[in-house]
Design a protein around this ligand. Structure first.
Ligand code: PFF
Length: 467
């Protein structure tokens, strides 16, 4: 290396260390693991995975989803954390920093903006659904579901959706909690509660699976989830599986890059990312195993859509001993799991505003909050006042959901893997990943360079009928 490039490298390194010092880091690898798992595990696993599995015919869809997690999700998760840790900025800033280091175009940072925007849009509807979960907490503790029939449970859910005022109220509570946690930086308390909540949610889910296992419908559920029937798979369901792999691992939406930017040096990115993905996938499968026996056991429709969780679980809680208490606790935990995701959805935008425009954290949070609240109204009204107003046959909520999950995330993710695999150079990436095993690095490197982008492209080609 020449003298000048040596000193340029030294300057970059010094800048990185200074930024790491200023920005604050996770106190340990364990805390990062909890925060990243908190981001990944949420409504996506417990609410969305079961209902889209139901809508897309079960086993074959689940297999596609698992394939996408393995070949695309996990390699990309590692790449995003690496970008954040090396760049030590908000997503756009980190991508710009890495591009500079590799002598690539600065325009790659546009992908960082797109990711941040994707997260922001997701948050606007995610907070509304988290509001549904919050609304179920007092209803369960208050015993409203005791002995409820499947029909009554469906009717109760429908009645909740018909009341925009309540939905706005609960969605606003979720947004306010998110803004408060992110704006005031009071994450420490949350980190502490995560230590209990994550295992708690896990244990409750296991209990629910055990309950479902003996309540009839279990075998049909296992068959539905794990025996693939490829005749039910359409090109669109493959895209949905791909999109959901991104959604559930919080990819291409700025969250993991931003969390990676607070990760101390010396932590194994690969091992931690793998642990996050395993935890996330396990929770999704458990949620499926808890919900589908109830669906089949009670003669409900697997493809009934976003209400699936909210209709089925209360039936079980209404029947089991101490069900109201267990059910209330379950929804409390679901709300907390959702909050640990919402804060990660907001953080990239706040990091960008404070770093790029030097606004204070509080001002940035209030500004984002106002825009998010207005956007969230669109999602609330999609279930009542505006349910008849559609574009391309979709409500506002549906459009935002499909736009972010099926389009912005996979295409943004494609951009990110191309950036890492082709715009950066191998030496830089190897150094930034700091993997202990050279063989594992090779495997990951070729997944990122070839397998991951080709798989994403294949899904889109398949969609337009070219494959
Ligand atoms: N992974 C979260 C879930 O499954 O609920 C949702 C999510 C969080 C998506 C953060 C994107 C994100 F950046």
């Amino acid at each position: 290396m020449s003298q000048s490039s040596l000193s340029a490298t030294a300057t970059l390194e010094a800048g990185r260390q200074a930024r790491a010092g200023q920005r604050g880091l996770w106190s340990s690898r364990w805390v990062f693991f909890l925060a990243a798992t908190g981001s990944a595990v949420g409504l996506g696993n417990i609410w969305k995975f079961p209902y889209i599995t139901g809508e897309n015919g079960g086993g074959a869809f689940v297999l596609m989803y698992l394939g996408c997690i393995l070949l695309i999700g996990i390699p990309l998760l590692m790449a995003e954390v690496m970008i954040g840790r090396r760049g030590r900025h908000n997503p756009a800033g980190s991508m710009a920093a890495l591009a500079r280091e590799a002598g690539a175009s600065r325009h790659w940072r546009t992908l960082g903006w797109v990711a941040g925007l994707t997260g922001f849009l997701i948050l606007s509807f995610y907070s509304v659904i988290a509001g549904w979960a919050l609304a179920y907490v007092p209803a369960l503790f208050g015993g409203q579901f005791t002995g409820i029939t499947p029909q009554a449970s469906e009717a109760r859910f429908g009645a909740m959706l018909a009341e925009p005022g309540m939905l706005v109220l609960y969605g606003t509570l979720i947004l306010t909690a998110t803004l408060a946690i992110v704006g005031l930086g009071v994450r420490r308390g949350l980190e502490q509660s995560l230590r209990f909540m994550m295992p708690g949610l896990f244990v409750l889910l296991l209990g629910l699976v055990a309950y479902s296992a003996v309540s009839g419908g279990f075998l049909r559920a296992v068959e539905f989830l794990f025996v693939p029937d490829f005749s039910k798979l359409t090109a669109t369901s493959v895209l949905v599986a791909l999109g959901h792999a991104f959604f559930t691992l919080s990819l291409a939406s700025g969250a993991m890059m931003t969390y990676g930017s607070y990760l101390p040096e010396g932590t194994s990115i690969a091992r931690t990312a793998l642990m996050v993905a395993v935890a996330d996938t396990t929770v999704a499968l458990l949620a499926g195993l808890a919900i589908f026996p109830l669906v089949f056991g009670n003669g409900l429709e697997p493809g009934s859509g976003p209400g699936l969780l909210f209709v089925t679980l209360p039936i079980a809680f209404g029947q089991m001993p101490l069900g109201m208490l267990v059910g209330g606790l379950f929804f409390v935990m679901l709300v907390i799991a959702a909050l640990t995701s919402t804060i990660s959805l907001l953080e990239p935008a706040i990091a960008w505003l404070t770093e790029r425009y030097r606004t204070t954290r509080i001002k940035a949070t209030l500004g984002c909050g106002a825009v998010l609240w207005v956007l969230s109204l669109g999602s609330v009204f999609s279930f009542n006042l505006w349910s008849e107003h559609t574009l391309f046959g979709r409500t506002f909520f549906d459009l935002l959901d499909k736009l972010t999950t099926n389009w912005l995330m996979p295409l943004g993710g494609l951009g990110i893997v191309l950036f890492v695999g082709w715009a950066l150079n191998e030496r830089l990436v190897r150094e930034a990943m700091a993997m202990r095993s050279p063989v594992m690095f090779r495997v990951w490197w070729w997944l990122i360079r070839l397998v991951t982008p080709l798989c994403i492209v294949a899904v889109f080609l398949n969609l337009v009928g070219l494959l």
